[in-house]
Design a protein around this ligand. Sequence first.
Ligand code: R5P
Length: 297
Amino acid sequence: MLVLSGSDEASYEFAKSLASSLDVSHVKITEKVFPDGETYIRIPEEALKSNDVIFVQTFAPPQDTAIIKTLLVVDTLRDKGISRIRLIVPYLAYARQDKEFLPNEAISIRTILKALRYMGVSELYTIEVHKEESLKFFEGNAYNISPYYYMAKKISVPENTVVLAPDVGALKRAKIFAEVLKTDYDYLIKERDRVTGEIRHKPKSLNVKGSNVIIVDDVISTGGTVAKAAQFLRSQGAKEVYVIVAHALMVNGALDKLKKAGIRKVYACNTLPKINDPIVEYIDVGPYVAEEIKKWL
Ligand code: R5P
């Protein structure tokens, strides 16, 4: 077995940590972009010596380029006779487009997962996909690795803390966290305008006065969800607000939004390119993913 990865920093660093935990070699692909924008990849000869390849590629922005790169790599590995191609996508982009919210929208995650399977991915692993049910679109074995148990063990939490989900969809995530920390947990009622993307929290009485709060979610994209939740919690008398997410995408000025909302710290997994700001602290989940993968060796 060996670990092959994209050469972008996030995929490379994740794969390095994974390979060292699995005690196998790690090789990166050669990649470049042609002047017209097309993607070029080449697989080093040494990666073709094993018949069992784990390819690591995160779908960080620009997601479409990362997906094309993955399809090119998987097809090439298959063409070179590799029989077992396991794909680890630390951050699975498009997972939030998992149904028709408005009529005739594309169910984009279905298209991506079908394409990966068709191209020859034997097994797929990802970290905290938006909704686990969407992995059914991959017609083979697909595994979602939830990092919250591991993350909860890695951070130190102040006394008098409550765990909150920013919407009902994130409640099961908050529950895992609260169980490890032995704290109470609850959720907010969020409404998002499907056209403008605007978020509102419905009034709900919460017992957070004088408490520290940890908001647990799967992803911070524009930061709107957690920033609004933090503002709401502060209006209810919460002290410090911390955020735990699997994926810190941080697009469209998210960092500023979080700072303005008074968020003390964001803990995120190393599934995406790192943001160099002391507010964000990364937890390397490579060793945890290695342990999970060993279950399916
Ligand atoms: C929504 O259901 C997700 O779990 C996240 O809460 C959401 O996608 C985060 O996006 P943003 O940071 O743009 O609010």
